[in-house]
Design a protein around this ligand. Structure first.
Ligand code: DX5
Ligand code: ZN
Length: 220
């Protein structure tokens, strides 16, 4: 069944511990943490201190999405702070293979993200080395944006590439941006295994219901 990773970007930062407990009890599978540096993306969010503060409040996988330049410099600190999986952007890493192993050497799972305009073929030579590919379905930087449907074709292409290499069960396909009960089934039918949802979960009064609505829509 598809995993749901609520993005805390749309949570109430003044009540973060309680917000995370609420989605954990409501059926969330992972907690997605969006890290932005004001350079790679036009927004600033949070750093390792927040990951560390959140860690004792949940046993769920902390899925840390780095939308930053110079990721190598910060990876050890995010790992020490309690990240279980660290995602870097292909577009922000000159030596992507080295960065992937830098993450894995910290004992953390490694993932690579692609912006909407970046072809999946750019990951052809690192697919064996990673635990997850994150396909962005919005241009990264902000929550609450509109889903870009072209990502569905990228999911199909990526799934084929993975299956050709016998990696179909090993590498997660995560989608991030504009996911809700309407858009979720489009990507899960194509092969996505984990969905990030910010506004569609934390923007709703009943978070458990919101998570169940997305999961239910993917079952139909
Ligand atoms: C966008 C972030 C997303 C964002 C998703 O740059 O990477 O994780 O929080 O938010 P929604 O689900 O509201 O599009
Ligand atoms: Zn994200």
């Amino acid at each position: 069944m598809v995993k749901i990773a609520p993005s805390i970007l749309s949570a109430d930062f003044a009540r973060l511990g309680e917000e995370i407990k609420e989605v954990e009890q409501g059926g969330a599978d992972w907690i997605h943490i969006d890290v932005m540096d004001g350079h790679f993306v036009p927004n600033l969010t949070i750093g390792p201190l927040v990951v560390k503060a959140v860690r004792p409040h949940t046993n769920l996988t902390l899925d840390v999405h780095l939308m930053i330049e110079n990721a190598d410099m910060y990876i050890p600190e995010f790992a020490k702070s309690g990240a279980d999986i660290i995602t870097v952007h292909q577009e922000a890493c000159v030596h992507l293979h080295r960065t992937i192993y830098h993450i894995k050497n910290q004992g953390v799972k490694a993932a690579v993200s692609l912006n909407p305009a970046t072809p999946v073929g750019t990951l052809e030579h690192v697919l064996e080395d990673i635990d997850m590919v994150l396909l962005m379905s919005v241009n990264p930087g902000f929550g609450g944006q509109k889903f870009i449907p072209e990502v569905v074709r990228k999911v199909t292409q990526l799934k084929t590439m993975l299956e050709e290499r016998g990696l179909g069960d090993k590498v997660e396909i995560q989608i991030d941006g504009g996911i809700n009960a309407e858009t979720a089934p489009l990507v899960t039918k194509a092969g996505a295994t984990c969905l990030v949802a910010g506004n569609a979960v934390f923007g709703q009064a009943d978070r458990a219901r919101a998570i169940e609505d997305i999961k239910q829509a993917c079952r139909l």
